[in-house]
Structure formats: structure tokens, C-alpha cells
Ligand binder design. Structure first.
Ligand code: IPE
Ligand code: IPE
Ligand code: MG
Length: 243
């Protein structure tokens, strides 16, 4: 990617979301086990979090494990959960030092009890940090999230707390895991795949999508800056007439 110095003007996108893909191919190209691709991917997470915060992004959301990734071999899932544990334990001090608030969205019911406890702890300890919100999507699926929101709204209708007619897009959005976050402005997917794989389906309705060929473990500050520059060349219309 081009390496011109990044101009911080115009202002960075408020919310950047990333589908971090290509760890397996990165490992295979080197004759390494997939788990080492994921380990290298965790380093790319550290670099990207730092770059996003320094550029003034307010929300960074990373797709770390999809609801469908539970279909993977148990050994690979165990390796990913091990890395997650390691990340949470080792980053808590760093996140706090850098004013980063951590949040996790996704189905906690399928995660191990120790991971849920660790997630709860890091969320609680970083709750008041204001420089950037880092959201990890773990055991996350966009359709599952929307179904869950619809269930919760249906319960409130059944209990008489809201009327069925109140369930419009604004109301339903309040039942999503991302209720208090702005929608992503830019969604990046690495590794050359051009699909969204059940990520932030509702929230990405008007996001700019950027598909880049770099494999996630190779993703660095330059790639992040290039993505933001590409975003600034897009014209967002939201369905309105132009000209
Ligand atoms: C992304 O890398 C990490 C997760 C989905 C957890 P992959 O493991 O999907 O890597 P590829 O797509 O096989 O290269
Ligand atoms: C999407 O990547 C999920 C994450 C990056 C966590 P996958 O590798 O699981 O997606 P597909 O299977 O190629 O659609
Ligand atoms: Mg993949």
C-alpha cells in the first residue's frame, strides 16, 4: 500500500470495524500450524489498537471469533481461547494506561466460565476510560444479535412495557449489543475475501466497506492509515440525491 505520511485532516472515522481474516493462510504459507497464525494475529491486534487510538478513532470493533467459528476443530478453538485469555490478562494494564475501554459483544453463554469472568473483570476495570472504546466481537453473529433484540422487544411488548407499534428501527437498535455505540463508518476486511460473514449486519447498513488483500497477521499501522485515507476518498450519500 502507498506510504505517504498520513494527514490527520480530515478527522478520522469515528467508528472503524475490522474483520480480521487470513491467520490460517498466513501460517500455511510459512509451513506453520494455524495456531501460530492466530498468535501472530494477536500481535496485529496490539498494533492496530495502538494505531487507531493514536489517530483519534473513538470506536474500534474487532471481529475476533464468530458464532460460526465454533464449527472449527476443538484444538483450534482452544488455541484461540488461550490467546484471548493471554490478551485480556496481558493488556489490561496497557488498556488502562492508554485510556481504552474494553467491551465484548457476542454470546457469553458459549464461552468458558473463566473467560467470561476475565471479560467481566477487564470491562469493569476499563469502564471509565474515555480515549477509545475497543469492542471485541466474540462468539458473535449479526443475525443472532438481531434475533436476540427481537426476542427482548417481544418480551417487553408481551409484558406491556412497550407497544408493538413502537418497535421501529430506533427502538430495535436499542436492544442490540451496540445500543450505545454509533454505527461503523468503515468496515475493513483483510485477506482478500469479499463478504461480511455475519458481522454487524444491522449496524453496517451504510458503512463504507473496504476489502484489502493483506493477511491479518501482516496488517500494520501503514495498512490502517491507508484504509483511513481510502475512506476519506469515499462519498457517503445515505440514499440522498447528489449534486
Ligand atoms: C481469522 O483467520 C481468525 C478467525 C476467524 C478466528 P482465519 O483462521 O479465518 O484464517 P484463514 O481464513 O483460514 O486464512
Ligand atoms: C470471519 O472470518 C470471522 C472472523 C474474522 C472472526 P471467517 O474466516 O470465519 O469467515 P468465512 O468462513 O471465510 O466466511
Ligand atoms: Mg478466514
Amino acid at each position: 500500500m502507498e506510504s505517504a505520511p498520513f494527514p490527520i485532516d480530515p478527522s478520522p472515522p469515528v467508528h472503524v470495524a475490522i474483520i480480521m481474516d487470513g491467520n490460517g493462510r498466513w501460517a500455511r504459507a510459512r509451513g506453520l500450524p494455524r495456531a501460530l497464525g492466530h498468535k501472530s494475529g494477536a500481535e496485529a491486534v496490539r498494533r492496530t489498537v495502538e494505531a487507531a487510538r493514536e489517530m483519534g478513532v473513538s470506536y474500534l470493533t474487532l471481529y475476533a471469533f464468530s458464532a460460526e467459528n465454533w464449527k472449527r476443530p476443538p484444538a483450534e478453538i482452544a488455541a484461540l481461547m488461550g490467546l484471548l485469555r493471554l490478551y485480556l490478562r496481558s493488556e489490561i494494564a496497557n488498556l488502562s494506561k492508554n485510556g481504552i475501554r474494553l467491551r465484548v459483544i457476542g454470546d457469553r453463554g458459549r464461552m468458558g466460565a473463566d473467560i467470561v469472568a476475565l471479560v467481566d473483570e477487564v470491562e469493569a476495570k476499563t469502564r471509565n476510560n474515555g480515549a477509545m472504546t475497543l469492542t471485541l466481537a466474540l462468539s458473535y453473529g449479526g443475525r443472532q444479535e438481531i434475533a436476540e433484540a427481537a426476542r427482548a422487544a417481544a418480551r417487553d411488548v408481551a409484558a406491556g412495557r412497550i407497544s408493538a407499534d413502537e418497535v421501529d428501527e430506533t427502538t430495535l437498535a436499542r436492544y442490540l449489543a451496540t445500543a450505545d455505540m454509533p454505527d461503523p463508518d468503515l468496515v475493513i476486511r483483510t485477506s482478500g475475501e469479499k463478504r461480511v460473514s455475519n458481522f454487524l449486519l444491522w449496524q453496517s447498513a451504510y458503512a463504507e466497506l473496504l476489502f484489502v488483500d493483506v493477511l491479518w497477521p501482516d496488517f500494520g499501522r501503514d495498512d490502517f492509515e491507508a484504509a483511513v485515507r481510502a475512506y476519506h476518498h469515499r462519498e457517503r450519500r445515505y440514499g440522498a440525491a447528489i449534486g
